[in-house]
Design a protein around this ligand. Sequence first.
Ligand code: 4AD
Ligand code: MG
Length: 437
Amino acid sequence: ARLSVRDALGARSTNGERVKVQGWIRSVRSQKEVLFLHINDGSSLESLQVVADSSFDSRELAFGSSVEVQGQLVKSPSKKQNVELKAEKIEIVGNCDAKAFPLKYKERHPLEYLRQYPHLRCRTNALGSILRIRSEATAAIHSFFKDSGFVHIHTPIITSNDCEGAGELFQVEPSSKIKVPEENFFNVPAFLTVSGQLHLEVMSGAFTQVFTFGPTFRAENSQSRRHLAEFYMVEAEISFVESLQDLMQVMEGLFKTATMMVLSNCTEDVELCHKFIAPGQKDRLEHMLKNNFLIISYTEAVEILKQASQNFTFTPEWGVDLHTEHEKYLVKHCGNIPVFVINYPLALKPFYMRDNEDGCCCDLLVPGVGELFGGSLREERYHFLEQRLARYLDLRRFGSVPHGGFGMGFERYLQCILGIDNIKDVSLFQDLLIRVL
Ligand code: 4AD
Ligand code: MG
């Protein structure tokens, strides 16, 4: 039977069952009479030990090569692992010139170095763990929403709406090879989506609780540790929501429930990140999970920042948006517990936010990252919006209800739970699109 490394390691029967395992060589150690190989196929952090007699040529079995091993699964005499594979046949599928291979045997390469090799770094322990966690976190987020009764909506990627109105759009046009009879391929200017919110608002007007989780695009400066041109956003929209507090509870619930799920399903991978990439992160994350998230108003936040203005490049001032350095300071000031900053002046936020006296919007700031979520109650009152915007109006003419929602940057979430400093290390292929930092 063909087994993944993960299944081989977890095999219940080790009575010499014949199996076939395929993967990439992570280490070769040859002794007088035996040869030890470790092979990994991405299914788990741990590699499978293969034991062969010295008749196999160890020079052929280079670090990085792909192999297929047939043999017997047996109980390992060593304490380091339960199971090992006694090789009867080892076949090289693709060999690897170790001299030219950018990954070196037994070396722990810094993440900055690995960023140059997006196509190879997935074969390291560090990126292997991050990407398995990314996959598990995706499933955990879907499962949180499913268990809470939300309907998943696929919102469009190509759209004519500019939800955030911040001018960070990528325009979409057909390639110049295509002869378009009319002036435009689409009948209106088309863009890559900056947020699925407006489409979710439409759907929350029928399904009450909805969410989307997909790629989002912003043409903003990506020479930063927390901005990407292409990132994944988790967005939710809830009808009949009564207060900003209710909305914040869902955000905190999402963060904590998904994280607990990741911790229990990817224990080893998380441990690796917390041990080698971000020492101390285990305790920092526990601290976030066991405390209730805090709430301060924008006005209070500006007061706190003003007291410490000597620390900042940008002088904090009421009526001006918070900079990353301000956000990070606020989180520290709050004892490294995630904190909701509520009630920003409406002028700083997009048109759709409700003009509420007792609270309209919130950003959740988290340690190491700053802004992770943005959320608000939406302006559902027709006459208020009438003054603001014409095209949004039809959404409010037929059975309008109070509602609110939020968006969470998925890569920033991964940065926050794993303690990863640069967003480009939790998003594998970004480096193909933009310059490496
Ligand atoms: O605060 P933002 O712009 O909010 C919205 O787009 C709302 N329409 C969401 C909603 O209410 N449905 O973006 C939400 C989150 C941010 O808090 C941040 O975590 C992340 O998306 N984000 C980015 N992540 C990586 N790279 C970028 N360029 C990002 N821009 C925003
Ligand atoms: Mg925001």
